[in-house]
Design a protein around this ligand. Sequence first.
Ligand code: COA
Length: 240
Amino acid sequence: MTAVEVGVEVAADGEVAVVTLRRERKLNALSTGLEHELLAALGSARVTTSRAVVVTGGGTVFSAGADVDELRDMTPEAIAEYYRGSGRVYERLAGLPQPTVAAITGYCLGGGLELALAADLRVADPRAVFGLPEVGLGILPSSGGIARLVRALGPARTRDLVLRARRFGPDQAERWGLLTEVTETGEHLARALALAHELTALPPPALAVTKQVIDAAAESSHHTALLLERLAYTALHRTT
Ligand code: COA
């Protein structure tokens, strides 16, 4: 295990990689520095050789979102550079071939929620607080928050949550299908690990290809989605 006080810790739990944000004093605010570390962590051998990945903020908070102190000074050039740099971290998580589980407690706001939405599954304990506060700051969610919510919830609920910068709790999130499970208090990480271990028993090629087909099907016509399923099935047949 790489133990760090501020940064990103990557540990192995058998075949599961556990990636932990460690900036608790700032509620794991996603500064570009922290995002760079997360980007590196997701590309590290411990993650790439794992069969499943758990992403967490630890025992008190997931993440209070982008570092608002950095946001204030950004120019359009700096924003463009950001998306070429540490801003890629959300899609890197979404693009991992192995299954990913976000383990959430406490604040899961803005970029924190966008990071959680980039995982395949999400579990949270009752202390979790979700929301996208960006519009209240004069900006908007721009790391996949709107893109993913609108697919998961449809435009009406997305408008309600994003335009009103509305906070919501884990029970609502579970009802809407954003959460896989709400755990007992303090059990979010243990449950996420259990789910991740369960997934390590399944064939990695089938998981990796199915993840891609689900993503592609979400933005395809019915006919194209069926074709993708069948082509992928043909490619996967006899891989295990
Ligand atoms: N960016 C930078 N620093 C942040 C932060 C963020 N998004 N969220 C929290 N912090 C820092 C605070 O500045 C504070 O630092 P300090 O102790 O050096 O003053 C520390 O984390 C603790 O936060 P604090 O505000 O004292 O905790 P709280 O429990 O009173 O309030 C929140 C928690 C989440 C409601 C509040 O911190 C907040 O609104 N944060 C911003 C959330 C946000 O807008 N995120 C989206 C950005 S696009």
